[in-house]
Design a binder for this molecule. Sequence first.
Ligand code: C5P
Length: 406
Amino acid sequence: MALTGKHIIVGITGGIAAYKTATLVRLLVKSGAEVQVIMTPNAKEFICPVTLSTLSGKPVISEFFTANTGQWHSHVDLGLWADAMVIAPATASTIGKMANGVADNMLVTTYLSAKAPVFVAPAMDLDMMAHPSTARNIELLRSYGNHIIEPAEGELASHLIGKGRMEEPENIVKVLDGFFSDRQQLSGKRVMITAGPTYERIDPVRFIGNYSTGKMGYAIADEAARRGAKVTLVSGPVALRPKEAGVEVINVESAREMYSECISRFNDCDIAIMTAAVADYAPAEVADKKIKREKDDVPQITLVKNPDIAAALGKEKRQGQMLVGFALETNDESANALGKMKRKNLDMIVMNSLRDAGAGFGTDTNKITVFTRDERVIEYPLKSKPEVACDILDNIALLSACEVSD
Ligand code: C5P
């Protein structure tokens, strides 16, 4: 079992589904996990802490201090101890606090300190679930990279029928188990990722650039690291940092710099994923002083072609290496993407269209279609970039599994 020895915080909030957490804790312990329960004060109205401390084998934490001893519970230490945190049931109130950083109890304070992946299993009445503020807060949690375990449809505590039932404990354990199994999926693999824009200098103060923010590439780097890969991220100028420790970042500015960093590293990697928006052209000459405004003359900038990094790696690719490219298109999307995959000798291409709302530069979401060299085409709905990163890495894992069995 992938959960053996894992440290799991089970955060329980004040909803009727709290009664199911006794089973959740029991199943996690049975799977070999060490469980620390944190309850909000309201949760204790729904299930007795003694039940949970007995099942988990650890005193339940609810307050910042133990009243009779004055012992302080460190949310920071707990956050560092955890391999995962699961908040089940997550009420609308707690989801709202988590989304907005309202740290007025031990559970939300620990959530804000946790470095580990967080799973949230909402549970509430159907109208609360459908309220725009709940929907917005859940979307915010998703955008932070939290995993939402969608509630099921069925009979609710109010006897109304609809969406809002907390997912069954057995399924929550399955989600966690699957997550930790995935983590071993890329273990030992060396993954190189390019991300962000490139800046092509004109003079000491100006450059030719583009709107790429690097969000997609950084999300893929984080997810690959979570799955056990050794990740090198060759990044153009962006305002991001990887969330996962252990992602090595090589900062570059221009396409030529990105090219030489990638070429020199490619031999040592198993998988290369080219998400960068590399400038196709650069000024032929870089002025060493700021170009002054002339009265009548307009300066002419002569451009030269930049190297195509993906195509160059495609030429060098050896048996067993996998090369993945991106295609951001505005028209004839599929034909263009397939053409690029062939031309650059890629194993897979991820296509996104600027015609789709929510896809492309700067957004927190993306809508992709994946084409693989074995002629599979998988179209995905609009998702958060961390979720899209999972889909991309799932396809890469599938493709390399096919290669092994070829
Ligand atoms: O040809 P196009 O620029 O649309 O191809 C996009 C794919 O090629 C992306 O994966 C991008 O990162 C990669 N690329 C590259 N070097 C270039 C241009 C594009 O690696 N100079």
